[in-house]
Ligand binder design. Structure first.
Ligand code: DC
Length: 224
């Protein structure tokens, strides 16, 4: 295997990217970088600053004062916002919704892409997101586009929420997923799309072990 390599995993929410990327990074002994967490930390900052998701000029102005970085605790990524560990605060629906809107802003993306490329220039990693294979790391050794039907993704999310004891409706979850996909795929800057040289993996009928095995085989084939 090369001295330093990058594995880029892109795809819509709920396709299993983060679970699979974590598994892969453990097996390969490299770090896992969740770029969605960076967009979420930025969204949290904008919410705290009282910025409206519709106010592009305010998002552009305010994002310049958000210092986002990541740290690792026992190998697990922690996202820091102006020195505060906000990892436990970024998984709410409010933050998801703001992140989906503010991540369409060119200034927000420019700030975070610099951080993502810096990480990849220092260490081998598995990085997941929406534009890793297309924009952030176009030279990544392995590119995977992980997807699943919206019905399957909604069901996974529904079961996760039920397990946490949260009230939810399957149809509403699927509607939200479809809306978010549409926004991520149709935005002007860095839309979610499969890179030409990415391998498409549809996880609708696969369990986590099966997906991990397919991806490990791909990594071995491409990185030797
Ligand atoms: O993967 P996630 O749900 O944590 O991502 C949160 C939001 O950030 C989502 O709406 C898409 C956006 N995002 C992005 O635009 N580019 C990335 N590389 C990662 C996430």
């Amino acid at each position: 295997m090369k001295n330093r390599f990058a594995i880029a995993i892109d795809g819509p929410a709920g396709a299993g990217k983060s679970t699979i990327a974590k598994n892969l990074s453990k097996k390969l002994g490299v770090i896992y970088v969740d770029t969605g967490a960076m967009y979420r930390a930025m969204a949290l900052y904008l919410i705290r600053e009282g910025v409206s998701a519709e106010d592009a000029a305010a998002i552009s102005e305010k994002c310049a004062s958000a210092d986002i970085s990541i740290a690792f605790e026992d190998g697990v990524q922690q996202v820091m916002l102006n020195g505060e560990n906000v990892s436990g605060l970024i998984r709410t629906e409010e933050v998801s919704s703001m992140a989906s809107r503010s991540s369409a802003n060119a200034d927000v993306r420019a700030r975070l892409v610099v951080l993502q490329r810096k990480l990849a220039s220092e260490k081998s990693l598995v990085m997941d997101g929406r534009d890793i294979g297309t924009v952030v790391l176009p030279g990544a050794e392995v590119k995977i586009y992980l997807t699943a039907s919206s019905a399957v993704r909604a069901k996974r999310r529904y079961e996760e929420l039920l397990a946490k004891g949260e009230q939810c409706e399957l149809a509403q979850i699927e509607a939200d997923i479809i809306e978010r996909d549409h926004r991520d795929m149709t935005r002007e800057i860095s839309p979610l799309k499969q890179a030409e040289d990415a391998v498409l993996v549809d996880t609708s009928d696969m369990d986590i072990e099966e997906v991990t095995k397919v991806l490990m085989d791909l990594v071995e084939e491409k990185c030797g």
